[in-house]
Write a protein that binds this ligand. Structure first.
Ligand code: SF4
Length: 133
């Protein structure tokens, strides 16, 4: 036989009805759903932060007036290459089909080892161009 001291039942603390008008208690199901929502929100925020950090890791776009870019005759638009100064340029040559281009051919921009930490335009060109095999 149980004494009064053993007759103990765990009850979840009720939410103050004044804080949640029309509701008396947060159910376990509500807590689970809230946790899932928080998880999904945190997951989507984390994914966004990851994408942002990857964009930062790719680096800023190379400026045409960068000292090394100027020395190599880099243009973000290959059709603007000074052909008198760089006669080796031929129509159709662009970073996106250069061996050194680190992006995919369809990427608007990508890395190039000649300009570490920067991105070159897929449509760009410089005098170190080497046709991708
Ligand atoms: S080396 Fe190739 S990828 Fe790099 S800037 Fe020159 S043309 Fe573009």
């Amino acid at each position: 036989m149980l004494s009064d001291n053993n007759a103990h039942i765990d009850v979840e603390p009720a939410v103050n009805p004044a804080d949640r008008p029309g509701r008396y208690q947060v159910t376990t199901l509500e807590k689970t759903m809230t946790n899932r929502r928080e998880f999904i929100v945190q997951l989507s925020l984390g994914t966004g932060a990851l994408a942002a950090s990857q964009a930062m890791a790719a680096g800023p776009m190379l400026a045409e007036n960068d000292a090394q870019a100027t020395a190599l005759g880099y243009k973000a638009d290959a059709t603007k290459v000074d052909v008198k100064k760089f006669p080796k340029y031929a129509a159709g040559q662009a970073c996106k089909n250069c061996q050194l281009y680190q992006g995919k051919p369809t990427d608007a921009a990508g890395g190039c080892p000649l300009f570490a930490g920067k991105q070159v335009a897929g449509a760009g060109w410089c005098s170190a161009y080497a046709k991708k095999a």
